[in-house]
Write a protein that binds this ligand. Structure first.
Ligand SMILES: Nc1ncnc2c1ncn2[C@@H]1O[C@H](COP(=O)(O)OP(=O)(O)OP(=O)(O)O)[C@@H](O)[C@H]1O
Ligand SMILES: [Mg+2]
Length: 278
C-alpha cells in the first residue's frame, strides 16, 4: 500500500465498494433530515436502512439516486464522485445506468397508459439503442416471473405484486450496479411480500446487483440484507452485520424498534413509555 499519495493521483476505486456515501447532510427549512450519514455498499452486497417514519431514510435514498441534492457530503458510485446535479441528458442517463430506484408504489412510477412490454422497451431504447429488445424483454419478464399474459397488460390490470415485478424488471433492464429499493414491499400482502423478497434475493444472486434496501420492517431486513444501519432523527445510531445487530442490539433505539415488531406478548403501552424515556 502506497502512503502519502496525493488525492488527485490515488485511484478512486476502493476495496470493491459500488457505493460509498460520506458525511451526507440535508436540511429542510433549517431542520436536519439527514445529519452526517456515511456508509458503504459492497459490490453485490445488500445493505438495509431502518428507522421509524421521518428518520431520513427516503431523503438519503433520494440523494444517492440523485433525485435530491445534499447540502454536504459526497456519493461515490463505482469509484466516480457524483457532485451536484447531472449536467445534461447524457450525464443523467449515465447516472441512471449505475443506480436504479424502485419505489413503494409502482402506480406512481408507472404510466397508466403504457403496457408492460412498452415500459421495458422505452427503458431499453434509452439505454441500449442498438440491442435486440424483443428477446431482452422476454428474458426480463421471465426473470421477474411475469408470464406472457401480463406482457401487454396496463398497470391497472395488474395486481400490486405484479406491478412491483414490472418496476423491478424496468430497473433490471438497465443492468445497474446498485438498486435502491424504498419500502418496495411495504404495500404488498404478507404472502406476496415473501414472493417478491424471494425474487429479489434470486436476482441479487444471479446478477450481483447491490441493494440499498430501505424499510421500517425488521423482518424484511432480516430476510434480505447482509448489513444494516439504523437511523434516528437523520443520524445513524447503530450499524453492523444484520444478524448481529438484530440478535444483540447495542443502541436502545434499535432495541425499541425490535420490540415494536408486533408479536405475542407485545405491550404497546410499555413501548410508548420506553420511547418517551429515550
Ligand atoms: N421535500 C421536503 N420538504 C420538506 N421536508 C422534507 C422533505 N422531504 C423530507 N422532509 C422531512 O425530512 C424528514 C425525513 O423525511 P424522510 O422522508 O427522509 O423520512 P423517512 O425515514 O423516509 O420516513 P418514512 O418511513 O415515513 O418514509 C422528515 O421530517 C420530513 O418531513
Ligand atoms: Mg420514506
Amino acid at each position: 500500500m502506497r502512503k502519502n499519495a496525493p488525492e488527485s493521483v490515488a485511484p478512486q476505486r476502493t476495496s470493491g465498494n459500488v457505493l460509498e456515501v460520506t458525511g451526507l447532510r440535508r436540511s429542510f427549512g433549517g431542520v436536519p433530515a439527514v445529519d452526517d450519514v456515511s456508509f458503504t455498499l459492497a459490490a453485490g452486497g445488500s445493505l438495509g436502512i431502518v428507522g421509524e417514519s421521518g428518520s431520513g431514510k427516503t431523503t438519503t435514498a433520494r440523494i444517492v439516486v440523485g433525485l435530491e441534492q445534499a447540502d454536504e457530503g459526497r456519493v461515490v458510485v463505482q469509484g466516480r464522485v457524483r457532485t451536484g446535479r447531472a449536467r445534461g441528458r447524457a450525464e443523467r442517463i449515465a447516472r441512471a445506468r449505475e443506480v436504479q430506484m424502485v419505489f413503494q408504489d409502482p402506480y406512481l412510477s408507472l404510466d397508466p397508459r403504457t403496457g408492460v412490454q412498452a415500459v421495458l422497451r422505452e427503458t431499453l431504447r434509452l439505454h441500449f439503442p442498438d440491442a435486440d429488445h424483443a428477446s431482452r424483454i422476454a428474458e426480463l419478464l421471465d426473470q421477474v416471473g411475469l408470464g406472457t399474459r401480463a406482457a401487454d397488460a396496463l398497470p391497472r390490470q395488474l395486481s400490486g405484486g405484479q406491478r412491483q415485478r414490472v418496476a423491478i424488471a424496468r430497473a433490471l433492464a438497465v443492468e445497474p450496479a446498485v438498486m435502491v429499493l424504498d419500502e418496495a414491499v411495504a404495500a404488498l400482502d404478507v404472502s406476496v411480500q415473501a414472493q417478491v423478497l424471494n425474487l429479489l434475493a434470486d436476482i441479487r444472486e444471479r446478477t450481483g446487483i447491490g441493494y440499498l434496501f430501505i424499510t421500517h420492517d425488521l423482518g424484511v431486513v432480516r430476510c434480505i440484507t447482509d448489513d444494516v444501519i439504523v437511523m434516528r432523527h437523520g443520524r445513524i445510531v447503530e450499524a453492523g452485520p444484520t444478524a448481529e445487530v438484530l440478535a444483540d442490539p447495542r443502541h436502545p433505539y434499535t432495541r425499541l424498534l425490535l420490540e415494536s415488531v408486533p408479536r405475542p406478548g407485545w405491550d404497546p403501552d410499555r413501548i410508548a413509555a420506553a420511547r418517551r424515556a429515550l
